[in-house]
Write a protein that binds this ligand. Structure first.
Ligand SMILES: [Mn+2]
Length: 259
């Protein structure tokens, strides 16, 4: 599954629907938080994640870590003395970051773009300690998982996968950026006699390469003998788009489940 984006209820419904059990292994391809209402519930679930679940990193996790880092940096540089486990101090530090970015005309520096950090602090009483704890979990998440499925090398990744990366390929500075952000041209990646399972680009997005009316998008590259799947069916946009769904693919037989 990929791109749950705070849709905890749908995620639980899916686990139920696929009868997820100890004998299964589940890979989640990132973007657990932001946009949806239940980022906090997702974070709590991630904290107590079962052993047979592999959590991969998405661009939204990467950004979250940058925001936490920015808060830590300001606290240190301005000697604000934020008490790690104080919600009031954390809330004040959050405001200081906004003030600092504004005062230094650094508004172009992205901070808490989706308001998730604000909600966690002011709605769920999260502290700087909690934010750093979640950030640490994210920073330990691998970018991809490689496995053998019926003789095919299968890679699960947030956005795209390539083994032939040169700096500047498709406009990306690093291969990690490619893993997290490749889109459309991500099809230029892939793996010989392989399969790439990614999310990141909702298949409800018209005019985007993976548009498929909110169903899983499948593309077969004959030259590379590589199957590419985009399984982000835009679940979090459900209220605006009736095609939107949460998708889950069973890798052994490529059967797809929807919630
Ligand atoms: Mn993404």
């Amino acid at each position: 599954m990929s791109d749950i984006h705070g849709c905890y209820d749908e995620f639980m419904t899916m686990l139920d629907k696929i009868n997820f059990s100890d004998s299964d292994s589940l890979i989640l391809a990132g973007d657990y938080i932001d946009r949806g209402e239940q980022s906090f519930e997702m974070l709590k679930w991630i904290e107590n994640c079962p052993k047979n679940v592999t959590l991969l990193r998405g661009n939204h996790e990467e950004k979250f870590s940058e925001y936490a880092e920015l808060m830590l940096m300001l606290d240190r540089d301005e000697a604000l003395g934020t008490v790690l486990n104080s919600n009031a101090d954390t809330s004040a530090l959050y405001d200081s970051v906004l003030y600092f970015l504004d005062r230094n005309s650094a508004g172009y520096m992205e901070f808490d773009y989706y308001g998730t950090v604000n909600t966690l602090i002011n709605g769920y009483k999260a502290t700087l300690y909690d934010l750093c704890k979640w950030s640490d979990i994210f920073q330990k998440m691998p970018y991809f998982k490689k496995l053998d499925i019926n003789g095919r090398t299968c890679v699960v990744v947030h956005a795209g996968y390539t083994e032939e990366f040169d700096k500047g390929k498709d406009g990306f500075e690093s291969v990690e950026e490619f893993y997290l952000y490749a889109r459309g041209r991500g099809l230029s990646g892939g793996i010989r006699r392989g399969m790439v399972i990614a999310g990141h680009t909702p298949t409800i997005a018209q005019k985007k390469f993976a548009y498929n009316s909110g169903n899983v998008f499948r593309h077969y590259d004959e030259q590379k003998d590589c199957i590419f799947y985009d399984i982000d069916c835009g679940c979090v946009f459900k209220s605006k788009n009736s095609d939107a769904k949460l998708a889950c693919i069973r890798l052994e037989d490529e059967e797809i489940f929807y919630v």
